[in-house]
Design a protein around this ligand. Structure first.
Ligand code: AMP
Length: 544
């Protein structure tokens, strides 16, 4: 090999913020705090505080490779953790506060989190289970002393007190770019949640990928508001992409209702916003109820679940926005495809234009293929559906310390099985059509059909149970439970609900419960969800 004569400088996350501090010192990071008031500072001050945090982490005994948990909303302190933790070579492990106790217990212990940073209004999430986390040495409440709540947590420290008086510069270590930087578990599938472990290299490349021209507006004079939580796949990379580009970053804190989001979009001059369809449904309702309009917003990105055509239409026609759909997964950093504003849009108007937006173009760096049940590659003709597989520098090559799940997810030739079913047209336009994984996605959060079925089947009168996803106007999908009772038994929906109540998170409760004589089965004896979905395709949920 003739080696190129270029400097071997590693890609490091902290260099993003270091750059922004120099190039865009006064471009702001604006947060709605947990307490309510708006907090704002420039990238230069954010970088200084990140250095103080790095000193504080060192003082807490955090070493390279240690996992640092966070249970927090999108605010400036979480932003500082994204950079400070990875900057010292540790791993920022974002935890979803909506997980229910068993999953949280598994995840914190499996990741072996050393400390947990937590927002003050999320303390109840862990207070009742602190004794289940023997490895966690301290809890750092992301607050100042004035707003520190009473807590039963052992060794609870105050974020601002840890930072106070620390030097505003830090001698960041030069890390190998393959060093782990952050992790995020995905839940809901069979068995335990599975961890994706990102690296400095994957994160920086993903952030640069997001800046591809013509997809989302970035750069001086632009302003992004990620409604997608920072605990969900790194807020789709926005906290990294914005400072590279000199884009102002607006973090919405815990209030994600239509009114609160609208207020921030308008007050801060937001040009780009990102979130799941449920959030956009809430915002649309608010707009229609109040007659409000956008004065600065130009692009709305929807991902995490299929966006309804009617929503694309409403935002584009009624509000003049450019709706961009994105596809990705926790395992893919997450963005692999977004937007369809290419030549194929030319000449398209009205519905044809909106329909084209159901497709999304793959990013440079990501390769996609469709595979049939026998492992054959399928054509990208816009019609043939197959299991979607992908590969690229920001896609996992296995799950964290989980050989079984890794073996199941990776193909022999190094591609990642997504569990989504899709078509690909015009070479690189992806459209998700179905799912092979047995899951329900309600408002952007997973519900495991298997767990739901197992809990239902623990009722003494239930012989067999199957949960399927049903369309829902607000949550995109909600669970419906279909039950076969033991001969001579007739438990009734109320008894099943009562039974499930103490066993599942409240938002997992099936919207409808139906009783049938028998369930359809596949040749291998599994319940055929395909046939079941077909059988109930005309059912409208009572909550819809
Ligand atoms: P998560 O790991 O929680 O981000 O979920 C990833 C999964 O969400 C994907 O595998 C899809 O099943 C689903 N998903 C994400 N984006 C889309 C989209 N644009 N359309 C349909 N489903 C999506």
């Amino acid at each position: 090999m003739l080696e190129g004569q270029m400097m071997d400088r590693p890609l490091q996350i902290i260099d993003i913020l270091k750059h922004a501090a120099k190039a865009f010192p006064t471009i702001e990071v604006v947060s709605r705090t947990v307490e309510g008031p708006i907090h704002r500072y420039g990238y230069r001050d954010a970088y200084k505080r990140t250095a103080q945090l790095a000193h504080a982490l060192k003082a807490l005994g955090i070493e390279e490779g240690d996992r640092v948990g966070t249970i927090a909303w999108n605010t400036f302190r979480h932003f500082e953790l994204y950079y400070g933790v990875s900057g010292i070579g540790a791993v920022c492990h974002t935890l979803n506060p909506r997980l229910f106790a068993d999953q949280l217990e598994y995840i914190v212990n499996h990741a072996d989190d050393r400390v947990i940073f937590i927002d003050s209004n999320l303390l109840p999430v862990v207070e009742k289970m602190a004794d289940k986390f023997p490895g966690v040495k301290a809890y750092i409440v992301m607050s100042d002393r004035e707003n520190m709540p009473e807590t039963s947590l052992p060794n609870a420290l105050c974020y601002e007190e840890l930072l106070a008086g620390q030097p505003e510069t830090f001698d960041w270590p030069l890390l190998d770019e393959k060093t782990a930087s952050a992790m995020c578990y995905t839940s809901g599938t069979t068995g335990n949640p599975k961890g994706s472990l990102y690296s400095h290299r994957s994160t920086v490349l993903h952030a640069l990928g997001l800046l591809a021209p013509g997809v989302m507006p970035f750069g001086l004079g632009t302003c992004v508001l990620p409604v997608v939580p920072m605990f969900h796949v790194q807020a789709w990379g926005q906290p990294y992409a914005a400072p590279i580009a000199g884009t102002k970053l607006v973090l919405p804190g815990p209030k994600l209702d239509g009114e609160s989001i609208y207020e921030l979009l308008e007050n801060e001059g937001v040009t780009l916003t990102l979130g799941v369809p449920t959030i956009w449904m809430g915002l649309l309702t608010h707009l229609r109820e109040t007659g409000k309009r956008f004065t600065t917003l130009s692009h709305l990105v929807s991902g995490g679940a299929a966006i309804p055509l009617s929503m694309i239409k409403a935002y584009e026609e009624e509000y003049g926005l450019n709706v961009v759909q994105g596809w990705g997964m926790t395992e893919t950093s997450p963005v692999c495809c977004a937007g369809a504003n290419g030549p194929e849009m030319e000449g398209l108007e009205g519905d044809a234009r909106h329909e084209q937006k159901l497709r999304q173009r793959q990013f440079f760096g990501v390769e996609l293929r469709l595979i049939d049940e026998d492992g054959n590659e399928l054509p990208h003709d816009g019609e043939t559906q197959g299991e979607l597989q992908c590969r690229g520098p920001w896609i996992i090559n296995g799950y964290y310390r989980n050989e079984e799940a890794s073996a199941a997810a990776m193909t022999g030739d190094g591609w990642f099985r997504t569990g989504d079913v899709a078509t690909i047209s015009d070479g690189a336009l992806l459209q998700i059509t179905d799912r092979t994984k047995d899951l329900i996605k309600s408002g952007g959060e997973w519900i495991s059909s298997i767990d739901l079925e197992n809990e239902a089947m623990s009722h003494p009168d239930v012989a067999e149970a199957a949960a399927i996803a049903m369309p829902h106007p607000k949550w995109q999908e909600r669970p419906m439970l279909i039950i076969v009772a033991h001969p001579g038994k007739n438990p009734g929906a109320e008894a099943i609900r009562e039974h499930l109540k103490s066993r599942i998170a409240s938002w997992w409760m099936p919207d409808d419960i139906a009783f049938v004589e028998e369930l359809p089965h596949t040749a291998t004896g599994k319940v055929s969800k395909l046939q079941l979905r077909e059988r109930f395709k005309d059912h409208v949920l009572s909550t819809a």
